[in-house]
Design a protein around this ligand. Structure first.
Ligand code: PMP
Length: 412
């Protein structure tokens, strides 16, 4: 189907460089992905040929910019199978999208005594907005537990979600454990209790097929930069019926219909929520990223990552003193693997790997409650993406072993 995933590295010029005298192996994709030439070229083409403000002008450039901006919205719609572009809002990314839900839907619908249900594995972006909303509204924030292998405890989900629950907000994929959570099943439980289902898609949209109609989630948040797109652009999907009821969050140009001295009316969806000049080039770049991913299809992207995880997990588990967090079953994974090496702080491990040219992340990964739950201060995290290879996986394993030896000898 289309282009071969094993032959795309030339599309990513950044990968072809030396770091600390070693060829770069980029395994920090859960933080942000690299950008193919097609995305960078879409940005330069826009600025060299089409740049103008959208929606307001009648001149040719303004019409062209508007057309391209709205075409990008249609690409997002098709990518997630939303019913209509009215349901696709451009935002700065997942964090903004989740804050918008809390600020608009949350402010309008949550009252004292209501419950908001999240899980222990949430990114701070899908935790702090709900925590603060709960504080403001005197609502109760509840956490779904995890099983020993890091998967979500669905029996506990059944317990935590009750008739008092108004919002269930869960990551479709954990940015630390790589585990895929059953959003469709959670949405069913949420709806049985009259609650809405919010899916944090920051780590799922880049890595697997996502169909909002099949999931029947009410909201889905995502970031363009984690799926080959530029930074500063992302999206919020929400069901049209909900968006019609929700008040705008920001006010100003673009989102109004009529402005009178003492009142105003709002533009139709989706523009009602998009106040001010949007990130036009960012949206166009995101559209180009979606085109790029569609060459392979998201099922092929997911399969590529699972093959790499399948290949590297046994090698990692065979390293004496290395602990892998989350499921050891590749079928339950995207390309994210969190680990620690006995006796070594993850920052030292990541620095050691960087000396070998291997880029991984170390820290709490914006998931401090999860670190507490796992009883670790931090972890290292390798995250694979479409341009990574088995050779990259081998370099990771070799670099961990070399770092382990270095610190063992260094401390003797
Ligand atoms: N949720 C998850 C699961 C994430 O991985 C991230 C990014 N690390 C976010 C939310 C926040 O995304 P952004 O910083 O792009 O807004």
């Amino acid at each position: 189907m289309g282009k071969n995933l094993n032959d795309i590295r030339a599309d990513f010029p950044i990968l072809d460089q030396q770091v600390n005298d070693e060829p770069l192996v980029y395994l920090d994709n859960a933080a942000t992905t690299q950008k193919p030439k097609a995305v960078v070229e879409a940005l330069t083409h826009y600025y060299y040929n089409d740049n103008a403000n959208v929606h307001r002008g009648v001149h040719t450039l303004a019409e062209r910019a508007t057309e391209k901006f709205e075409a990008a919205r249609e690409k997002v719609r098709a990518f997630i199978n939303a019913r209509s572009t009215k349901e696709v809002l451009f935002t700065r990314g997942t964090t903004t999208s989740l804050n918008w839900i809390a600020a608009s839907y949350g402010e309008a619908n949550i009252t004292a005594g209501d419950e908001i249900v999240i899980s222990y594995m949430e990114h701070h972006s899908n935790l702090v907005p709900w925590q603060q909303l709960a504080i403001r509204k005197q609502a109760t924030l509840k956490y779904i537990k995890m099983n020993a292998d890091g998967t979500l405890d669905m029996a506990d989900a059944q317990q935590q979600i009750t008739d008092k629950t108004k919002i269930v907000a869960i990551a479709q994929v954990s940015n630390v454990l790589g585990v895929v959570n059953p959003i469709k099943e959670l949405a069913k439980i949420a709806h049985q209790h009259g609650a809405v289902m919010v899916a944090d898609g920051a780590q799922s949209l880049p890595n697997m097929p996502v169909d909002v109609q099949d999931l029947d989630c009410d909201f889905l948040a995502f970031s363009g930069h984690k799926m080959l797109g530029p930074t500063g652009i992302g999206g919020l999907y929400a069901k049209e019926t909900l968006l019609n009821e929700m008040p705008p969050i920001e006010f100003g140009g673009e989102m109004i219909d009529f402005v009178n001295l003492f009142d105003s009316s709002w533009s139709q969806l989706p523009w009602k929520f998009e106040a001010g000049t949007p990130d036009i080039s960012g949206a166009i770049g995101l559209g180009a990223a979606i085109d790029y991913l569609n060459q392979f299809g998201m099922a092929a992207v997911h399969e590529h990552e699972q093959k790499l995880v399948d290949y590297v997990l046994p090698k990692l588990l065979a390293i004496d003193g290395l602990t892998v967090y989350g499921p050891h079953d590749p079928a339950k994974h995207t390309g994210v693997i969190a680990f620690n090496l006995d006796g070594l702080h993850p920052h030292d491990l990541a620095t050691g790997l960087d000396m070998e040219g291997v880029a991984v992340r170390a820290g709490h990964h914006c998931a401090q409650p999860l670190m507490k739950y796992l009883q670790v201060p931090a972890t290292a995290r390798a995250s694979f993406y479409i341009y990574n290879t088995k050779a990259d996986a081998d370099r990771l394993v070799d670099a961990i072993v070399a770092t382990k030896e270095f610190f063992k000898n260094g401390t003797v």
